[in-house]
Design a protein around this ligand. Structure first.
Ligand code: IPM
Ligand code: MG
Length: 361
């Protein structure tokens, strides 16, 4: 793709602001080196938007996103302020779930850089064969959206509904099988088919579709077993395909295999009109916000995913990923990935060091 790439930049709350700024540095360097034009337009979202406009997802931000080719997002949320608005008006459901509409495929790669083995909480012999997992989380179905949903009027009872249709399962499964073809050709589909009707349907549909991909090895795990196997033998996984809530939980677990939540990027993709949405998987982390100590690598790798998936700029995405690897290999660490006794660098130092290592070759 050539010409102007329009990017809606939504830093949001907490460390979102700090890490997105580093991603911007990296993208500016890429445009300089490779001669691309990225047109960045910042929009308000989250509590920042609430303060300015009274809603976590203002109409103006929605319009900006609709008119953009990609959304580069930081984080939203602040538990200290949650009690000040009804749950339905909080940034997480309004802004995050609002912008994810139509984007059913959430790609969450969890890769352990070998140089970070010492900060991975698992013993070195368990991760010695490497960790390189792509979690494909279904993002627009299941418990998050199923109806009925809510709290009874008397407050005594609450309900969430898990719903999946065959087409919903098929389309995310296809993304998983296709992705596996570009990797180690293994898909592990995760469900709770022994208890949940949605799980039984999930397994049936994925099994049937798997026959169209005879070159991809398909296995199935119950989600509880998968949670255990991720810790017991993480190297055995290539692509993990799962529904919304299980993917939410398993991706946090997998992030620790990469050493820190601060290392994991993600992409939310669809095949309709919705603008692709790119976000680090970590949240706003109010406990460390404003201190300049957050790890910007997840946000920087998220920028690489945006170049790859929205603009087909594979060389440029690889240049960013190489620069991150090089910076880690050179020994630089933010607080979350520093080994005991090491001295951490700041968010902006990490961003600048990575930016300086980006090269076209
Ligand atoms: C994530 C987050 C969100 C989710 C929350 C904040 C709504 O945990 O992106 O993983 O559950 O999807
Ligand atoms: Mg989550």
């Amino acid at each position: 793709m050539s010409g102007v790439h329009k990017i809606a930049v939504l830093p949001g709350d907490g460390i979102g602001v700090e890490v997105v700024a580093e991603g911007r540095k990296v993208l500016d360097r890429i445009s300089e080196l490779f001669g691309h034009t990225f047109q960045f337009t910042e929009g308000l979202i989250g509590w920042a938007a609430m303060d300015a406009t009274g809603t976590a997802l203002p109409e103006e931000t929605v319009r900006l996103c609709r008119e953009s080719d990609a959304i580069y997002f930081g984080a939203v949320g602040d538990p200290a302020r949650d009690a000040s608005v009804p749950p339905k008006e909080r940034p997480e459901p309004v802004a995050l779930l609002g912008l994810r509409k139509g984007l059913y495929a959430n790609l969450r790669p969890a890769v352990l850089n070998p140089a970070l083995t010492e900060v991975c909480p698992l013993r070195p012999e368990i991760v010695k064969d490497g960790v390189d997992i792509l979690i494909l989380r279904e993002l627009t179905g299941g418990l998050y959206y199923g109806q009925p949903k809510g709290r009874d009027e008397d407050g005594n009872r609450a309900v969430d509904t898990m719903v999946y249709t065959i087409p919903e399962i098929e389309r995310i499964a296809r993304v998983a099988f296709e992705a596996a073809r570009g990797r180690r050709k293994k898909v592990c589909s995760v469900d709770k088919a022994n208890v949940l009707a949605c799980g039984a349907l999930w397994r049936e549909v994925v099994t049937r579709l798997g026959k169209e991909y005879p070159d991809v090895e398909l296995s199935h795990l119950y989600v509880d077993n998968c949670a255990m196997q991720l810790i017991r033998n993480p190297s055995s996984f290539d692509v993990i395909l799962t529904e919304n809530t299980f993917g939410d939980i398993l991706s946090d677990e997998a992030s620790m295999l990469a050493g820190s939540m601060g290392m994991l990027p993600s992409a939310c993709l669809g095949d309709g009109d919705a603008t692709p949405f790119y976000e680090p998987i970590h949240g706003s982390a109010p406990d460390i916000a404003g201190k300049g100590i957050a790890n910007p690598i997840a946000a920087i790798l998220t920028a690489a995913m945006m170049l790859r998936h929205s603009f087909s700029l594979e060389t440029e995405a690889l240049a960013i990923e190489r620069a991150v690897d090089q910076t880690i290999a050179d020994g630089y660490r933010t607080a979350d990935i520093v080994a005991p006794g090491g001295s951490p660098i700041s968010t902006s130092e990490m961003g600048s060091l990575i930016t300086a290592r980006i090269s076209a070759a």
